[in-house]
Design a protein around this ligand. Structure first.
Ligand SMILES: Cc1cc2nc3c(=O)[nH]c(=O)nc-3n(C[C@H](O)[C@H](O)[C@H](O)COP(=O)(O)OP(=O)(O)OC[C@H]3O[C@@H](n4cnc5c(N)ncnc54)[C@H](O)[C@@H]3O)c2cc1C
Length: 363
């Protein structure tokens, strides 16, 4: 079986297949973990996933799967369960945030209201947040170092007998007379005979789906992410401040993202990445003045892998025997749980109810 794409999603699928005894080849056009997974805000949460109860439950299962994974493979270098702080600076936005907080509490999710002064005293001394600002703390949330997590999962998969091919893009998928997946053609000239394939190609998933004649609609949702270098990170956890999201990235590095800055991408007079990075840095310095001394290491605009209706596409496609999909936004939160559920389905035929609304054949 081949897994096409070794980001957080493909690595989680591949490891789960390999440890269940499936002979699996992981194939990546570039290097594992260096796609969107390396340019993500990487916040593990369900507090931002309240669109439907089913999607919220899937993300809660995603959080639990991360905790299980950390216990199984060790949390070193990738797992940071330090909770999340969020606040707003406009009346309407604050009211929405606290209404969602009440809903989350009714759904059994832990949410702790506090003040700006509490947040500085208990969690983040470097924050410039007014003392009386109403802040929410989500104690069970986390951030993940995506590239390192992928590295760990790939190592674990290889130890279970998986094979890894990097720098090899899948260019064609051949099917047999009854439409069953039979082999992959790679850009390095190799042909891989396979019984089945998992499309985990992230933002390029529609192109890979097209190789079996499938049209997978994907949204166009680019995002800009900046990495700052600083001697020591002045922040200890991921945070949604009113205009910019900030988190540590390990080794004296800080990651920034903002939906407001994303809105500037794609306009006819779109700014270059370097300008977007300067904007993100300016927003972040207003909340964490110590970031004044930080230097922009790199800014990247990347594309979120978002299926047409905004929800994951996971499982087999009955019309193409042997073809499976694992394509999702929020893949950092969902990768480990989707990997486990898809492998359960491939190996044991068990279709988990958590995935009932996310079957590929709805498109
Ligand atoms: C700005 C931004 C912020 C985000 N914030 C969060 C967040 O806070 N929390 C969260 O949970 N999610 C977040 N996400 C979403 C999350 O990062 C992604 O859903 C996740 O990283 C997707 O992982 P993936 O493995 O599907 O894709 P990728 O990491 O992109 O991996 C896909 C891989 O497929 C390979 N590939 C592509 N085509 C081929 C081919 N033809 N042959 C072989 N290999 C191929 C690529 O080289 C790549 O390595 C964010 C995304 C963005 C852009």
């Amino acid at each position: 079986m081949a897994v096409v794409g070794v980001g957080v999603v493909g690595a989680a699928v591949g490891w789960n297949l390999a440890r269940r005894g499936v002979r699996v080849v992981l194939v990546d056009a570039g290097r594992p973990g260096e796609g969107v997974t390396n340019w993500s805000f990487s916040w593990v949460n369900a507090s931002n996933k309240t669109a439907t109860r089913a999607y919220f439950d899937l993300n809660v299962a995603g959080m639990a799967a991360h905790r299980d994974l950390a216990a199984r493979i060790g949390p070193e270098a990738w797992w940071h369960p330090s909770g999340h702080l969020r606040w707003a600076d406009e009346i309407e936005a604050e009211a929405r945030l606290f209404r969602t907080g009440e809903l989350l509490t009714r759904w059994g999710y832990r949410v702790e209201p506090c003040t700006g002064a509490d947040a500085r005293r208990r969690f983040e001394p470097a924050l410039a947040v007014p003392d009386d600002t109403r802040v929410l703390f989500y104690p069970d949330e986390a951030w993940v170092h995506g590239r390192r997590l992928v590295g760990r999962l790939v190592d674990e998969a290889l130890a279970c007998g998986a094979e890894l091919r990097t720098g090899a893009a899948v260019r064609d998928i051949a099917t047999g007379p009854e439409g069953r997946v039979r082999s992959l053609a790679l850009s390095d000239g190799a042909t891989l005979p396979v019984d089945a394939v998992v499309n985990a190609a992230g933002p390029d998933a529609a192109r890979v789906a097209g190789l079996v004649g499938r049209r997978l609609p994907m949204r166009e949702e680019p995002g800009a992410v900046t990495r700052l270098d600083c001697a020591e990170s002045p922040v200890r956890r991921a945070m949604h401040t009113p205009h910019v999201e900030i988190r540590p990235d390990g080794d004296g590095s800080v990651v920034l993202h903002s939906r407001e800055v994303d809105a500037l991408i794609g306009a006819s007079d779109a700014e270059p990445e370097s300008e977007l990075g300067l904007r993100l840095h300016a927003l972040a310095r207003r909340v964490v003045p110590d970031l004044d001394h930080a230097r922009i290491a790199r800014t990247r605009v990347v594309h979120r892998p978002v299926p047409g209706d905004g929800f994951p596409s996971v499982g087999a496609l009955p019309s193409v025997p042997g073809y499976h999909e694992a394509v999702t936004h929020s893949g950092i939160t969902l990768g480990p749980v989707l990997g486990r559920l898809l492998a359960d389905e491939v190996v044991g035929g068990r279709r988990d109810p958590l995935l009932a609304e996310y079957r590929p054949d709805r498109f």
